[in-house]
Design a protein around this ligand. Structure first.
Ligand code: 5GP
Length: 193
């Protein structure tokens, strides 16, 4: 008698952390690991592209009005405002990947993460913490992508986000990129055991 093993559903992983903590870099390095099979959701935003960002790769860049039309149509799994702009996770591709057994990673801020926690409590929540607030402000200034007033509001928001850290399953302090990447990959693998 044969046992038919169904392919397991992928895991939904939410990665948050203050702007400048290095979430995107950590996730893109995790994806390079051979034993990780994951897809990063591409969010929609009403903020303008910065630097070398490309539409459809980094974000789907839309106007405020277009974003609001998508809200009305119920196209988002979650959405939030951050620094006077909308950010949201389009629903359409998520189930497709999860059903194929591929993990789906959402790199989102805390309000959105809390919405996901309500909807899908079994998702995995990882918070990437900067090594210190001094280091965080240095990173925000040195990356040179935001105007000073935006840097200040991102920095203030960082304090609010760090206050919510206990709502996450894991906290990874990103003081060494390679170690942080290994830790996030290990957490993802352990969750499947
Ligand atoms: P940034 O402007 O630096 O690209 O993003 C600002 C914040 O919005 C970051 O914390 C980023 O992770 C978050 N973010 C990006 N996409 C989404 C999304 O789809 N939903 C939510 N709630 N936050 C997002």
């Amino acid at each position: 008698m044969g046992i038919i093993k169904q392919k397991e559903k992928g895991l939904l992983i939410v990665v948050s952390g203050p702007s400048g903590a290095g979430k995107d870099t950590v996730v893109s390095e995790v994806l390079k690991k051979k034993d990780i099979d994951a897809w990063v959701s591409i969010s929609m935003t009403s903020r303008s592209p910065r630097g070398s960002e490309e539409n459809g790769k980094d974000y789907f860049f839309v106007t405020k009005e277009e974003f609001e039309e998508n809200i009305e149509k119920g196209n988002f799994l979650e959405y939030a405002t951050y620094n006077d702009n909308y950010y949201g996770t389009p629903k359409n591709k998520i189930d497709e990947y999860l059903n194929k057994g591929i993990d789906v990673i959402l790199i989102i801020e805390i309000q959105g993460a809390l919405q996901i926690k309500e909807l899908i409590p079994e998702a995995l929540f990882i918070f990437i913490m900067p090594p210190s607030m001094e280091e965080l402000i240095n990173r925000l200034v040195n990356r040179g992508t935001d105007k000073p007033e935006k840097i200040i509001s991102r920095f203030k928001r960082a304090y609010e986000e760090i206050n919510e850290v206990t709502k996450y399953n894991y906290v990874v302090v990103n003081d060494d990129l390679e170690k942080s990447v290994d830790k996030v990959a290990a957490i993802m693998k352990a969750e499947k055991c």
